[in-house]
Design a protein around this ligand. Structure first.
Ligand SMILES: C[S@@+](CC[C@H](N)C(=O)[O-])C[C@H]1O[C@@H](n2cnc3c(N)ncnc32)[C@H](O)[C@@H]1O
Length: 223
């Protein structure tokens, strides 16, 4: 996994839009679905909250929502903390640094956007999904976005091209991305994700976003 510390954390917000086609749209359409499904005083757990993008987007939608921002990177959370303070929403956010604790939160919804592709598929993805499940209320919603295995022989190459020619990633940046996708990401197929989610106690996922290699699904906690 990239470190998400120091400079990498500081320039994350400028970098991410060049790496993920439709990054802003992904956040907007995730927020739109929460707006029409959650109650006024909902608690939203954001796993891998990074610099706080999800919460910044969602806090505007409903003044009554409370958030838990969880991440394993202290540097990313420090930036998120400052962003929340600047926007006057800090009192609506509980910041949790470190691994997701067992059975601690009773969230109405969980977001896990652009995180699980960094988790190895050796039982660690199962563990993360199980922890998420145990921190959700019954029928609580999960919105998850990840880099997936390519669905055609040309999808990945098209993704690199688009990042360079449309999103403004440098050639060096593209080369680094090629390496990172092999060395630091653990993408799985939609079928694989479906199996993991069902095993962890979630419903069959529905795809709500796809932009070349990145897909997002929603699902809910069964029982
Ligand atoms: C690409 S960023 C995504 C941040 C944010 N969700 C967004 O959409 O901008 C990935 C974040 O996931 C965090 N992360 C990686 N593995 C994690 C894990 N197992 N649990 C929680 N956070 C994790 C990283 O520290 C980083 O902040």
């Amino acid at each position: 996994m990239p470190a998400f510390t120091g400079e990498e954390a500081l320039n994350y917000d400028q970098r991410i839009g060049k790496l993920v086609p439709g990054y802003a749209l992904l956040h907007q359409i995730t927020a739109a679905q929460l707006r029409v499904t959650l109650v006024q005083d909902a608690t939203i757990l954001v796993v891998g909250a990074g610099t706080g993008r999800e919460i910044i987007e969602l806090a505007e939608q409903n003044q009554g929502w409370h958030f838990i921002a969880q991440d394993v990177s202290a540097d990313m959370l420090e930036i998120a903390d400052q962003n929340f303070t600047n926007l006057g929403i800090r009192d609506r956010v509980t910041i949790h640094h470190g691994k997701l604790p067992e059975n601690t939160f009773q969230a109405d919804a969980t977001l896990c956007l652009l995180v699980m592709h960094f988790v190895r598929d050796n039982g660690d993805k199962d563990d993360l999904l199980t922890q998420i499940n145990h921190n959700l209320k019954s029928e609580g919603k999960l919105f998850l976005a990840d880099l997936m295995l390519p669905e055609s022989s040309f999808e990945r190459e098209a993704q690199f091209q688009l990042c360079h020619t449309v999103l403004g990633l440098t050639e060096q940046g593209v080369e680094k991305m090629r390496r990172n996708f092999v060395e630091e990401f653990y993408p799985i197929s939609l079928e694989g994700l479906t199996t993991l989610l069902e095993k962890a106690g979630f419903s069959t996922p529905l795809v709500y976003f796809k932009a070349l290699g990145f897909s997002a699904v929603n699902s809910y906690k069964r029982n």
